[in-house]
Design a binder for this molecule. Structure first.
Ligand SMILES: *Cc1c(COP(=O)(O)O)cnc(C)c1O
Length: 311
């Protein structure tokens, strides 16, 4: 089973622009693995178990050229004796195009490069049927690990918590991680899914994933009532940044020693800070920040965030 035992919940305190110190908890999924983004492990855990249980030959999945999910799948397959196939967006790419694809290749992943047009069809039945013909005994995992098994793996992110939280903040790409957390919390906990992409498709994605788990409209609505979708901290879209974001991440590192990066978790800190300063969360609220990892992509930002080098 994928080992997630390095993760733990840490208490931190930090100050935002002259405001009194604000204390919250942070779940350190960044410590799960040095190479692999924490939540990618969580999303693969039950997919890997399923593939082993099914006696599948391997796992087939999808991703962009810089996908944390692809490299996580490649390494998980390598560790657990499963072959892996990665369908990559971009027919012009090859196995040596960048560090992520190189690492996937080194872990033995078979990379298949397809056009952006073809990639758009990645969830269509007829498209998947063609790949099933080529790889008949493979367990198929959608892009980003966004399936039922991915979501139940993410329920365990808050397993170590010994209390109820009023607010949980988490970065969202496909929304799978937020879905797992939402489905594992009850009553008053509000789950703030901080979208790192532009657009408001996440509500639909999250309710679809919740439906896989609950299979009941009323139950889905009850859970969705506790979702706070944040669409104002993405800084212009995926991988887009601003000096303000780097400043915030540096300040947090100086105060706590905890490294964040600007693609996912830095944006969560920005959302948390904005909500705190705006009075939407209060000093006495019990708040949990999910550090979902992502630090291996940090080298790209070394100029602004030198502490990310070598992670
Ligand atoms: C991939 C990733 C996410 C997004 O998770 P989803 O389950 O797709 O919403 C969040 N944080 C980090 C660090 C990631 O690498």
């Amino acid at each position: 089973m994928l080992d997630v035992s390095n993760s733990y919940i840490q208490k931190v305190q930090c100050t935002f622009r002259g405001i009194e110190p604000f204390a919250f908890d942070i779940v350190r999924d960044d410590l799960i693995d040095t190479v692999i983004s924490g939540n990618k492990w969580r999303k693969l855990k039950y997919n890997v178990e399923k593939a082993i249980h099914n006696k599948n030959e391997g796992i087939l999945t999808f991703g962009g050229a810089f996908s944390n999910h692809l490299i996580a799948t490649a390494k998980a397959g390598f560790n657990y004796g499963l072959k892996t196939v990665g369908i990559v967006r971009g027919e012009e790419l090859h196995t040596q195009s960048n560090v992520i694809l190189k690492a996937c290749n080194d872990f033995g992943m078979q990379l298949e490069f397809i056009s952006r047009d073809a990639y758009r069809r990645r969830n269509e039945k007829s498209f998947l049927a063609d790949w099933h013909t080529r790889f008949p005994n493979y367990w198929f995992v959608p892009e980003g690990g966004a399936n039922f098994y991915g979501a139940i793996g993410c329920q365990e992110i808050i397993k170590a918590a010994d209390q109820q939280y009023d607010h949980i903040y988490v970065a969202s790409g496909t929304g799978t991680t937020a879905t797992g957390i939402l489905s594992a919390t009850i009553q008053e906990t509000r789950v703030h899914a901080v979208s790192v992409l532009k657009g408001d498709f996440l509500k639909e994605e999250i309710s679809k994933l919740l439906w896989y788990m609950l299979a009941n409209d009323e139950a889905v609505n009850l859970y969705m009532d506790r979702l706070e979708l944040n669409t104002t901290s993405h800084f212009g879209g995926y991988s887009k940044t601003k000096p303000e974001l780097f400043g915030l991440i540096r300040s947090f590192y100086d105060q706590t020693g905890i490294p964040l990066e600007p693609v996912y978790t830095g944006k969560v800190l920005h959302a948390l800070k904005t909500d705190y300063l705006g009075g939407r969360i209060h000093r006495d609220d019990r708040v949990l920040f999910v550090h979902s990892g992502g630090l291996q992509g940090g080298k790209t930002f070394a100029e602004h965030l030198p502490f990310l080098v070598g992670r």
